[in-house]
Every structure is written in C-alpha cells, then in structure tokens.
Design a protein around this ligand. Structure first.
Ligand code: C2O
Ligand code: CU
Length: 469
C-alpha cells in the first residue's frame, strides 16, 4: 500500500470547519416534539468534482451532498427539531440514514426496510427531534459500500444545551480512499478480496475531504475534537504523541472523561470519539499525529503546528464532563439474554466458505447471510424490555457492529467488565472476541443490526432486530 504518496506536496489550508460554541439557553426543553425551533436543511446527492489531493493532481470525480465532501455539517441544539429535504440526483436509488441518532423508525433512512428508496430525481423529507446531544453523521443506506465509498456522507452535530467550555469545537471526518495515480476513485467496489478480508482499505486518508499537511494550533489552547470515521473499512488508532487526549464521548454519548488505552484513540468505521485536546507543546513546534492501527503500515496523518505565540501558559482547568443523554438504563437483573454469533470470511474455519463465496455472501449472523435490507427478524424484542446480547466474533477479522435506533452499554469484553460501561451504537469486536451489550428496547420498529465494514455488510453481515409491543 502506498499510503499518502502525494504527501510531499504541501498544502497550507488549515481546517476551516471551526465552530465556536455559543452559550446555552439553560432552559430544559421537552424531549419529544413541540420543540420551539425547527431547523431546515436541504441535501442533494449528486455526482461532483472535489479536490481531495493537492495540485498538480486533478480534482476527483465523486458522489457527494451539495457538491462538497464531506456534505454540509448539520448542527443544531439538543431539543430542536430538524427537517431535512433530501433530493436524489444520482443515477440510482438512494436514502439517508442518520447514524447513531435515535429517530422514529420511519425516519431512519434504510431503503426498503423503513422507507421506499428515493428514486433518481426523487425527494424525501426527514423530520425528527434531536433528543440526544453528541457527534453523529449521515450517509446513504442503499448500496452503502459504493455510495458512501464515493463520498456521500456528512457530520451531524447536536450541541448540548449547556456545552462544556473550550476554545474551539471542531469536527474531523476521516475517510480513506482508494485512488488511482490519476487521483480517480478506483472502481473495484465490492470485489471478492475486499469482501472476504478486511474490507476496502484505501491508499489516501483525508480529513474533512482533503489530504492535509498541517493543522494550526496555539499553546495552551483547548480544543474539543470530534472524530468521525466515515471510511468503508479502515480502522484508526491515533497517536497524538506528547499530548494527552481525553475521551469525553463515544458515539455521541458522554462517558466519564478518561485517557484512551495505551494513549491511542481507536476509531472503527462509523464510530465517533469526542476528545478534549489541550495543546501542550512549545511555541513554534510541530507534532505529528500518527495512525498506528495496521502494524507495519503506520503513517503520519497530520502535523499539529504551533504558532509562535501561545494562548496561555498552562492548560485551562475547565470541567470536561458532559451531561448524560436521556437514555433508558437497562435493568440487568431482568434482562433477557440472547446469543449472537458472527461467522464467515477467509480463515474463518467455516466449512461452507466456498458455497458462501459462490453466492457472494461471505458473512453471516446466527447462521444467516443477509440478502438486502428486508428479512425475517433475527430477534423479536418486547418494547420496554431490557436485553443483553452476548456477541461472539467467530471470525479472524475485526467487525464494528452497529445497531440502529438505540444506544447500548458495552458491558464486557471476553468476560471482563468494561471500565466505563460505555454507551455506543457501534462496537468494534476484535477477531474471536466476545462482547456483551445491554440496552432497553424502547424504540419500536424494525432496526438494522450490521457490521459497518461496508463490504462485510454487503456480503451478508446484516440482520434485522424487531422491537414491538
Ligand atoms: Cu451507519 Cu446501518 O449504518
Ligand atoms: Cu465486518
């Protein structure tokens, strides 16, 4: 892999998506409907041209929202209502899913399952309340491995009613592209190798749609950095070197502020991590952020470049903890337990691999390889009941498993209780790992449950979980 072969070309554009947080109203707002404000947005999915790679390379033909990659950042305040008109100007059907956001089922954006796909030239209006604060994102839920892979995604940020104090609140949407020497997207989407191994790993990593060299900071500055992994398959493990990143939220949900394990920020596809990053290095210095996930394939993601003059000598001592979102606490005593087993892939030890390969379905959940979004539910859950899913990754590969319509607590890994019982909507399972999650089935409807390595998803690693009274 010739990662970032274009890096020698310097590009001095700094990230432009800084958004200062504004003061909260401090008034409690109702959680459902009757919100005072409805925010309006328009998204148009269409082919476009964007500059992923600096000159002298050409622009890259992509599919994107509103002619940019990422699409426009949607930002609103917790408790507000949002109305988004989506127009499909692609040559194929599409839909938009609001990843991690607890919407009513009909607004979840899963083609065929929760709505008819949006036909080419068609429109669909999504409308829902922002019940939870946090960092989320949006992307099509129709042939996602190609539609997301060609650039259709954007950030969806719900600000707390009472945000924590920081100097800058930023979002970095990470993506990984497989580009040809002409800076075009390689069109080998869904090939058998990607599908049966670790998915479509690319060769060019972008932050907010550009290969970046530098990010300007000031000593003493405190940044809230919202990381979103929009890649089809690449997992990141970010090393901020002499900085001490503090994780304050995972998948949008607040967590007790803590240092990441081994100091590295692990971010699987579709996951989000909110960091508090205090800029501690010397004035005028430059510190590399390195991605170390794939052994032997470490690379420098970006340099934090310090201005000659700092903002303050010592980092601020402002509180970092975020107020929790209104999630129902699972009752572990009463929770009904279900076993979930993932199988398939190369080196999985599954005897029927050849049969699966010939059908194009390489992965399965509880023995079933999904075809499309509509299927018999793998689990039927009772509305209001607590559940514990004991998930078993019986494969040789990593899988970020995502459940729609809910957040769940990650209770244990390989029989060991997790330190923070993190609320997540996408949980990374290592090869052969066992992970237990718990949640209250409190959102009625048919919900997708799938691997967010989009090639795995397309090749069968999907199921439907039904919540009904
Ligand atoms: Cu990010 Cu089923 O989706
Ligand atoms: Cu997977």
């Amino acid at each position: 892999m010739s990662i970032l072969t274009t890096r020698r070309m310097t590009r001095r554009n700094f990230l432009a998506s800084a958004c200062a947080s504004t003061a909260a109203l401090g008034l409690p707002l109702p959680l459902v409907s009757s919100a005072a404000t409805t925010r309006q947005f328009k998204l148009r999915a269409a082919p476009g041209q964007v500059r992923l790679v600096p000159e002298p390379y050409n622009q890259t033909p992509v599919w994107c929202f509103n002619q940019t990659v990422p699409g426009p950042e949607i930002r609103l305040r917790q408790g507000e209502r949002i109305r988004i008109e989506v127009e499909n100007a692609l040559a194929e059907e599409s839909s938009v899913h609001w990843h991690g956001i607890r919407t009513p089922n009909a607004m979840d954006g899963v083609s065929h399952l929760t709505q008819p796909p949006i036909a080419p030239g068609g429109k669909f209006i999504y409308e829902f309340d922002a019940v939870d604060a946090g960092s989320y994102w949006y992307h099509p839920h129709q042939r996602s491995f190609e539609q997301v892979g060609r650039g259709l995604y954007g950030a969806f940020i719900v600000e707390e009613r009472d945000p924590i104090r920081v100097d800058r609140d930023l979002c970095w949407m990470l993506d990984d592209w497989r580009l040809t020497p002409a800076a075009e997207i390689s069109d080998d989407f869904g090939n058998g190798h990607d599908v049966s191994h670790n998915g479509r790993i690319g060769n060019s990593v972008t932050i907010n749609g550009q290969i970046r060299e530098h990010f300007a900071v000031r000593r003493g500055e405190r940044i809230r950095l919202r990381l979103v992994n929009a890649a089809n398959a690449r997992i990141f493990s970010l090393d901020f070197k002499d900085h001490n990143p503090v994780i304050i939220a995972i998948d949008g949900q607040p967590v007790s502020p803590h240092a990441p394990q081994d100091g590295r920020v692990l971010l699987a596809p579709a996951m989000r991590i909110d960091l508090v990053l205090d800029m501690l290095a010397e004035n005028g210095s430059s510190v590399a952020v390195t991605d170390r996930f794939y052994r032997g394939r470490e690379y420098r993601l970006i340099d934090l470049v310090y201005a000659a003059e700092g903002l303050r000598e010592e980092p601020p001592d402002w509180p970092m903890a975020l107020a929790p979102n209104p999630l129902a606490e699972p009752d572990l005593e009463q929770a009904i337990r279900h076993e979930v087993v993932f199988n398939g892939g190369m080196m999985g030890g599954s005897g029927s691999m050849m049969d699966m390969m010939s059908s194009g379905k390489v992965w399965s959940i509880n023995g079933v390889a999904a075809e499309g979004h509509v299927m018999k539910p793998m689990l039927e859950l009772k509305l209001g009941q607590s559940y514990l899913l004991a998930m078993n990754n019986d494969t040789a590969w990593h899988h970020p498993m995502h459940l729609h319509g809910h957040a769940f607590r990650v209770m244990s890994r390989n029989g060991q209780a997790t330190a923070y019982r993190e609320w997540q909507d996408t949980v990374l399972m290592a090869p052969r790992e066992r992970v237990e999650i718990a949640f209250v089935a409190d959102n009625p409807g048919d919900w997708m449950f799938h691997c967010h390595i989009l090639e795995h998803m397309a090749a069968g690693m999907m199921g439907v979980i039904r919540v009904a009274s």
